[in-house]
Design a protein around this ligand. Structure first.
Ligand code: HEM
Length: 126
């Protein structure tokens, strides 16, 4: 039998909806991160991150159906992401992960990935 995906093991779409929803609540109040988002409405950015993470962890491929290949470093190139922005992003994610109810070992696995991914998005060393 096929192994259950991470996506299913942590509760599927509702879990990712809550996680990313909480993340963007924190972003909305963050004076360093909020100005980076070009749109007045954070809803579309929230949906893209939710769909990306669902796909990454073995859920439906809706992200790539809508957006094509993720190419995340390229998509972040227009935004200045230095150490401060990376740390603010991770701090917002920390809140969301801590409140998500996702249990070990999934929680540690998710966090390790997010730290790695956030670090890989750095594009400014001013
Ligand atoms: C898009 C900021 C890290 C996934 C964006 C956008 C901004 C941003 C400003 C554009 C908003 C929009 O979609 O309209 C940042 C900052 C980060 C960071 C400051 C700090 C390191 C990450 C990481 C991931 C990620 C680690 C994945 C694990 C995405 C995705 C999109 C996006 C999927 C939408 C891409 C698209 O389809 O256009 N991010 N991001 N970001 N970000 Fe990040």
């Amino acid at each position: 039998a096929e192994e259950r995906s991470f996506f299913e093991a942590v509760g599927g779409e509702p879990t990712f909806r809550a996680l990313v929803g909480r993340f963007y609540e924190v972003v909305a109040e963050d004076e360093l991160l909020r100005p980076l988002y070009p749109e007045a409405d954070l809803g579309p950015a929230e949906e893209r991150l939710r769909l990306f993470l669902m796909q990454y962890w073995g859920g439906p491929h809706t992200y790539s159906d809508q957006r094509g290949h993720p190419r995340l470093r390229m998509r972040h190139a227009p935004f200045k992401i230095g150490l401060a922005e990376r740390d603010a992003w991770l701090a917002a994610m920390r809140v969301a992960v801590d409140e998500s109810g996702i249990e070990e070992p999934y929680r540690a696995q998710l966090w390790q990935y997010l730290e790695m991914a956030a670090h890989s998005m750095l594009n400014s060393w001013e």
